[in-house]
Design a protein around this ligand. Structure first.
Ligand code: SF4
Length: 374
């Protein structure tokens, strides 16, 4: 039986590096042409998954919208020669406000892109400046209008909560402005200060004294959940909310451990039980797909643990029958102790054949999920 696949393509270019960003992305336009030549080459060389139907394609970054749209169209043309891409394939692209010309949506749509994820982060100009973003709140609205007028009917807005200097009401204001635009999907991620970022250096130097404390964060999280639920955005993953039927199919594929093939710098793939990841370094362009930072066969224990901690990110949790179908053992045989314990403590529910975290459990899911590592 032919297995479908999801495809990821990484575009590592940005106008400017944001101060909190640890993604594999570079400011400036050096190497764009050679990068795209390498990327197309990697796609063209693909053998193992060639010919399969792509359920979803995700063009992420970086800022895919900061390179000429025709380059993105050329990548999709190449993908169509490698995979079966249908009208119902979800094809998403990440974009940042201020990087989409009036004429670009036409090219993106011609290329088949049918979903846009717009990195807003905040509607507070002071916060946007502090984050090192290149755009203002007005730019978000302008770009959103360009996308809607250009015919995009499936748009996600990304926001970040727990920003330095922001109180509960600032977050609420941003969220309400995002909702006011009526996107189909909203993601709200809590700020995490990663090593190697400018924010991390500032934190170490004692210059980030206005970060919200844990209590304020918990209050903010509760407010976000309440407002989004009142506005008919259903939470389906820790940080992701969608209108009915508008969940991001690509991300769901990761959480359900379906197979995916990633192309480009730092892109990861899961094919069968093999996980491999391209180098994060621009040496990528010298041997696209040939220099890996990780290449290993996952053990059964690792696959079971991934099934649990990825699946439990979703509000629908994990299915006991899927587990036994995948691993030939009952979920209770392998994880009975942890499941029982987390239910007893009031973090997990098990009304039918699924196990899932309630709001209390999702709040501390990082700690709870680590208990499934064998
Ligand atoms: S736009 Fe996104 S990928 Fe680029 S530097 Fe900012 S956070 Fe990182």
């Amino acid at each position: 039986m032919e297995r479908n696949i999801s495809v990821y393509v990484h575009i590592p270019f940005c106008v400017k590096k944001c101060r909190y960003c640890d993604f594999p992305s570079f400011a400036g336009a050096d190497n764009i042409d050679s990068y795209f030549t390498a990327l197309t080459d990697e796609i063209r060389k693909e053998r193992d998954t060639r010919g399969r139907t792509a359920d979803t394609v995700y063009i992420g970054g970086g800022t895919p919208s900061c390179v000429p749209p025709l380059l993105i169209e050329a990548v999709l043309d190449e993908l169509r020669k490698t995979y079966v891409i249908n009208d119902d394939t979800e094809i998403s692209m990440e974009m940042n406000p201020g990087t989409c010309a009036e004429t670009s949506p036409e090219v993106y749509r011609r290329a088949g892109i049918n979903r846009i994820s717009l990195g807003c982060q905040s509607f507070n100009d002071k916060s946007l400046k502090r984050l090192g973003r290149i755009h203002s709140a007005d730019d978000i609205i302008k770009t959103y209008d360009i996308l809607r007028n250009g015919g995009f009917e499936n748009i996600n807005l990304d926001l970040i909560s727990s920003l330095p200097g922001e109180g509960l009401r600032d977050t609420e204001r941003s969220l309400r402005k995002a909702i006011g635009l009526q996107p189909e999907h909203i993601s709200v991620y809590s700020l995490i200060i990663e090593e190697g970022t400018e924010f991390h250096r500032l934190l170490a130097a004692g210059e980030m004294k206005d970060l919200p404390d844990e209590e304020e964060q918990a209050e903010t999280d509760l407010l976000i959940r309440t407002i989004l639920s009142e506005e008919k955005y259903k939470r389906y993953e820790i940080s992701n909310y969608a209108r009915e039927g508008r969940e991001c199919r690509h991300n769901i594929c990761y959480w359900k451990r379906k197979e995916y093939r990633g192309f480009g710098l730092a892109a990861a793939s899961l094919v069968g039980n093999r996980r491999f990841t391209n180098t994060r370094d621009m040496v990528y362009i010298n041997d696209p797909g040939g220099i890996l930072s990780e290449d290993r066969i996952l053990s059964r224990d690792e696959e079971m643990a991934e099934f649990m901690f990825l699946g439990l990110r979703q509000t629908e949790g994990v299915s006991a029958s899927d587990f036994s179908r995948s691993f030939g053992s009952a979920i209770e045989e392998v994880y009975g102790g942890q499941l029982e314990d987390q239910m007893k403590k009031g973090f997990m529910e098990h009304p039918g054949e699924r196990y899932f975290y309630n709001d209390r459990g999702l709040e501390v899911s990082n700690i709870l999920m680590s208990e499934f590592l064998l």
